[in-house]
Design a protein around this ligand. Structure first.
Ligand code: ATP
Ligand code: MG
Length: 442
């Protein structure tokens, strides 16, 4: 039981403080991104400059984009939000922006009176006949039409309109990236007062834009790293504090470590934790280790299927020894690991498992190599160097760590242990530590 709440008020408040399934939209809930927000703000002050946020899947790109957009967008309207799909084009994006701007203006006030629409060419037509975005998109013949449409959007939407274009990397047609760059250049040249914030999934700009990188010179590019250690635990502390619940340092460090820097995992664990505390008979004021393990267990059950599925594939093999092999791949930090290092982790893990004998090295390495195959979940991919492996989907490592942790297995990389001891004191049980990598180019 958590004092002062019935189920309804608890659920409502919980949704305000943790949101595993949707991006953060407000500055109070966006933790550890002060530097990035500051850079975005400074870039947007500069005329003709727009922003491109990129980083691995799940690090918090949409959250940063939404929060920055909310900060910058004037209060007379909501910012415009476009999600890309494989068949998106510059025309379809502009049409979607236009249709949202028109709808917003209809709803908000009488700005679209006969009088106000007199000067409009493009949107007047769409307003009168309620043209669908698809039909509208067909009317845009080229970039200069698109610029005109955006100019009209800037006139009817709001004082300072902001557009978020999410997941640009999904656009399949490469030429569209060049068109997009052209559009941005022209709206800068023609002084169209709209600010764009783009996001893209990828570790490098090269991965997202390939040969078209130079096309986006006008953009302020922000590489979003995984969350720092203190931001990870601040999410947990902040959420629990809202309910007057204390959490010990040892427990929040563990949450930070298993999350592997992905805010999604922190939100999920804390959400489950708070429900567990709420459903207890007695009044609670502090998180216990048992609560933490129960929350971890429930978080694993609630994890998105695309993350759980590869794990299931890898462990559901005839030989029952894949799970520990899988855990051993998750101990090292960041880029990947050598087979020999993973094997050291494996030995450490097996010393904690009572009822099983460790596999000999050759069998262990063949199991690791199997993890490259689709029928084993395609967990790993080969690195450039011999014997070096990466995760195919980086976010999986957090899930694998959670599984190990829920099975009460400590994953300690010796190197990580040494570093974490210099940094912070942790109780006997802990999982790996890494120092957050500074953004590239600093
Ligand atoms: N800085 C932050 N502070 C607190 N929570 C965050 C932060 N950034 C993201 N989150 C939370 O993490 C989860 C994932 O965030 P988000 O959807 O923004 O990531 P993303 O990088 O856009 O993911 P994807 O690549 O899947 O689109 C969401 O639950 C969001 O609420
Ligand atoms: Mg996103």
């Amino acid at each position: 039981m958590i004092e002062g709440y019935d189920k309804f008020s608890f659920g409502k408040k919980l949704n305000e403080v943790v949101s595993p399934a949707r991006p953060v939209i407000s500055i109070e809930n966006l933790i550890g991104r002060e530097d990035e927000l500051d850079r975005i703000e400074k870039a947007l002050f500069s005329p003709g400059r727009n922003v491109f946020i990129y980083g691995e899947r799940g690090v918090g790109k949409s959250s940063l984009a939404a929060t920055a957009a909310n900060q910058w967008q004037s209060s007379d309207a909501e910012y415009i939000d476009v999600s890309c799909s494989p068949d998106s084009t510059v025309k379809s994006i502009v049409a979607s922006v236009a249709s949202q701007a028109v709808n917003a203006s209809w709803i908000s006030d009488s700005r679209l009176t006969e009088q106000a629409t007199i000067g409009l060419q493009w949107l007047k037509y769409s307003i009168k006949s309620e043209v669908s975005p698809t039909d509208f998109s067909e009317k845009i013949r080229g970039i200069s039409d698109a610029v005109e449409v955006l100019k009209e959007v800037s006139l009817i939407h709001s004082e300072v309109p902001v557009v978020v274009v999410d997941e640009v990397d999904r656009i399949e047609c490469e030429r569209e990236i060049d068109f997009l760059a052209d559009l941005l250049k022209q709206i800068g040249d023609k002084r169209v007062e709209i600010k764009f914030i783009f996001t893209g999934v990828g570790e490098t700009l090269n991965e997202i834009l390939g040969a078209h990188q130079s096309a986006i010179r006008q953009l302020e590019t922000i590489e979003l790293p995984r969350l720092s250690w203190d931001a990870r635990w601040d999410i947990a502390i902040h959420a629990l504090k809202e309910f007057n619940i204390e959490i010990s340092r040892d427990i929040y460090i563990r949450i930070a470590a298993v999350s592997d820097g992905y805010p999604y995992y922190v939100h999920l664990i804390v959400e489950k934790l708070l429900w567990i505390l709420f459903e207890k008979d007695e009044v609670v004021a502090e998180v216990t280790w048992d609560d933490y393990y129960s929350a971890l267990y429930k978080a694993i059950l609630g994890i998105a299927a695309e993350l759980a599925r590869p794990y299931e594939l890898a462990v559901n093999q005839r030989s029952q020894d894949y799970e520990e092999v899988l855990w051993s791949t998750s101990a090292d930090e960041w880029q990947g690991a050598y087979l020999s290092d993973m094997h050291k982790q494996y030995t450490n893990i097996m010393s904690q498992v009572d009822d099983k004998l460790p596999l000999p090295y050759d069998k262990y390495s063949s199991r690791v190599r199997n993890l490259l195959k689709p029928e084993y979940g395609e967990i790993l991919k080969k690195g450039k160097k011999q014997g070096y492996y990466h995760y195919r989907e980086k976010m999986l490592r957090g899930y694998i760590r959670m599984q190990a942790e829920a099975n009460r297995v400590e994953i300690i990389s010796k190197e990580a242990e040494a570093t974490i001891k210099n940094f912070i004191h942790v109780a006997a049980k802990n999982v790996g530590y890494h120092k957050s990598k500074p953004p590239k180019g600093l």
